[in-house]
Design a protein around this ligand. Sequence first.
Ligand code: PEP
Ligand code: MN
Length: 336
Amino acid sequence: MVIVMQAGASQTEIDAVTARVKADGFSTRLVQGTERTIVCVLGDGRPVDQRKYDVMEGVEKTTRILKPFKLASRTMSTGDSTLQLNGTTVGADPIVIMAGPCSVESRTQLLETAHAVKEAGAQILRGGAFKPRTSPYSFQGLGEEGLQILAEAREETGLPVVTEVMASEQVPLVVKYADVLQIGARNMQNYELLRAVGRSGHPVLLKRGLMSTIEELLMSAEYILAEGNRQVLLCERGIRTFEKYTRNTTDINAIPVLKDLTHLPVIMDPSHGVGKWAYVAAVARAGVAAGADGLIVEVHTDPGKALSDGAQSLKPERFAALVAQVRDVAASIGRA
Ligand code: PEP
Ligand code: MN
């Protein structure tokens, strides 16, 4: 249940409401909007007697949250959540573009790509240092050295960095170097890892699992939010279907559905979604048209030599064309 306080409710009234909730054996989370405060009542499914809160001083109304995700639900917020990253706002009207290689392969490769994507209009740099590969014999990433290279690229370009963390033990290390912790599709339901990134308080980009429903994605976000970390971005990156021609099937539906169900920003990854570079720009345009708050795109200066995901990586000049196209789409829906 959420208790929506009246605009201008006093601190004493808010305190009285939270004290009663605690006395009833539930816990609370406060959402401070610009106009009003919302008190979220979190419990174990036991019914709450709504009427006794309805009549308290300063309370405007109480609403039950019927969805299993509570903190991620729109009911729990006074508007769209936004995330500030070194001057870039994610989740506001202008769409945000993240780009970079699938993997950090070398200092030269990453620095060259970082400058190229910045030049083309990206606002955030991506690059994997810990790589979840299907084969244990494939390139696994440069680990901490990769993180150091990413930090150097941030110094040089000013672009905040998003990079994957694959295990709870890696969280303190990755937090030292990254601005946003990426949870990969394969780890979307690694609940210990979700709790650990939640406790870190660091911004998180949570990717949808290969075989996960929209509700499961939101329940995973709930794990992070339940640790008190509100800085969560959701990412639609394609799901497995019977279609074999493309690597995955981008679930365009998920974008407007997520925007309806949750206040969290929604990012789309057209690169993993389709898996072939020739279709990445078209899928990216569709994502923005569908209401995505941003994109995350793989770019490589020499895709033929990439150590991972070369087939879906765009050369910098093709990425620049994509940026121009998606900015036009964004402008046409009032999101320049
Ligand atoms: C990636 O971003 O390179 C990646 C491995 O993504 P996903 O977890 O969505 O497969
Ligand atoms: Mn990749």
